[in-house]
Design a protein around this ligand. Structure first.
Ligand SMILES: NC(=O)c1ccc[n+]([C@@H]2O[C@H](COP(=O)([O-])OP(=O)(O)OC[C@H]3O[C@@H](n4cnc5c(N)ncnc54)[C@H](O)[C@@H]3O)[C@@H](O)[C@H]2O)c1
Length: 286
């Protein structure tokens, strides 16, 4: 059975990368997709590219609690229910933690943590209230990261936000199952999206992909979306995506010290000690 056919799916961060690939895969599987993004023009283009309904693209800044609630109500009014919420919008800031500013911490917390919380606040109660279909009422799928499961030096602040998303997801999952609402967290390793392509270390103007081995050969967003939808179909609590995520997570659970060679290398590559002064390159919009 195809659990996406005819279902209503709200995807945040749907204008680019993993969110755009999820929207494409959901649309292809017969879902009615709503593409929400802060970049409305790109969401409109993406909606048209995948043949979604004309009003499928909506402007949403996930940092806005009332904005998220309005979008959820509008989707409910338009489609009658929300079967899936993909809380996917997110940003990354990478580098030596000593170079982080207060504004950097706030931006990460606002988008990656509060943005997900706002989605849960807006949609979870609606799911609890709606009638079950095929034995469940709704499914919240939060985009975390492998850095939400294992140490990720250089991604330290980002990893904090993704650990929060995993904690929220696995805990809410146990509460929500009594109402017939499912909750999953997706945990990809690095995926070839604009986020990864354009990433730069704090204080550095060279793209990370030119500095770090392995960034040139990344799994793409369509692969990620396929793996995510497979995990969603199976109602997995945690959906690791790509071999690096599966291996890293298993090793860390088995014996955390086994990851030490990797984390030591990541610390050197992504949080170089000579970048701790906090000097920033011209690329940084701050
Ligand atoms: N690319 C990776 O390597 C990777 C790995 C693991 C997890 N993730 C996570 O996957 C998610 C998607 O990342 P991606 O790689 O597709 O990035 P991306 O930059 O390609 O896409 C992110 C989208 O989110 C939107 N967005 C940003 N801030 C927003 C806001 N405040 N409100 C609404 N929309 C906003 C952007 O406009 C963009 O369309 C993020 O949560 C990211 O942390 C990415």
């Amino acid at each position: 059975m195809n659990p996406f056919e005819g279902r209503v799916a709200l995807v945040t961060g749907a204008a680019s990368g993993i969110g755009a690939a999820l929207a494409t895969a959901l649309q292809a599987a017969g879902a009615r997709v709503v593409l929400a993004d802060i970049d409305h023009d790109s969401a409109l283009r993406q909606a048209s590219a995948i043949g979604a309904e004309a009003d499928a693209a909506v402007a949403l800044d996930v940092r806005e609690r009332t904005g998220f609630a309005s979008v959820a109500q509008a989707v409910l009014a338009r489609h009658g229910r929300i079967d899936y919420l993909f809380n996917n919008a997110g940003i990354a800031i990478i580098g030596n933690t000593l170079a982080m500013t207060g504004a950097d911490w706030d931006r990460l917390l606002d988008v990656n943590v509060r943005g997900v919380v706002h989605g849960v606040e807006a949609v979870y109660p609606l799911m609890v209230e709606q009638a079950p279909k095929d034995g469940w009422r709704g499914h919240i799928v939060n985009t975390a990261s492998i850095s939400g499961l294992v140490p990720a030096p250089g991604f330290t602040a980002y990893a904090m936000t993704k650990h929060a998303v995993v904690g929220l997801s696995v805990s809410l999952r146990e509460e929500a199952r009594r109402y017939g609402v499912r909750v999953s967290a997706i945990c990809p390793s690095v995926i070839g999206t604009p986020m990864a392509d354009q990433a730069r270390l704090l204080g550095d103007s060279v793209p990370v992909r030119d500095r770090v081995n392995g960034f040139a050969r990344l799994p793409d967003a369509d692969y990620c979306a396929r793996k995510v939808l497979k995990g969603v179909r199976r109602n997995q609590a945690i959906i690791p995506v790509a071999p690096a995520a599966h291996i890293g997570w298993r090793l860390y659970r088995l014996w955390p010290g086994l990851l030490r060679p990797v984390t030591r290398r990541l610390a050197d590559e992504l949080a170089p000690m000579d970048a701790r002064s906090g000097q920033r390159g011209a690329h940084d919009p701050r």
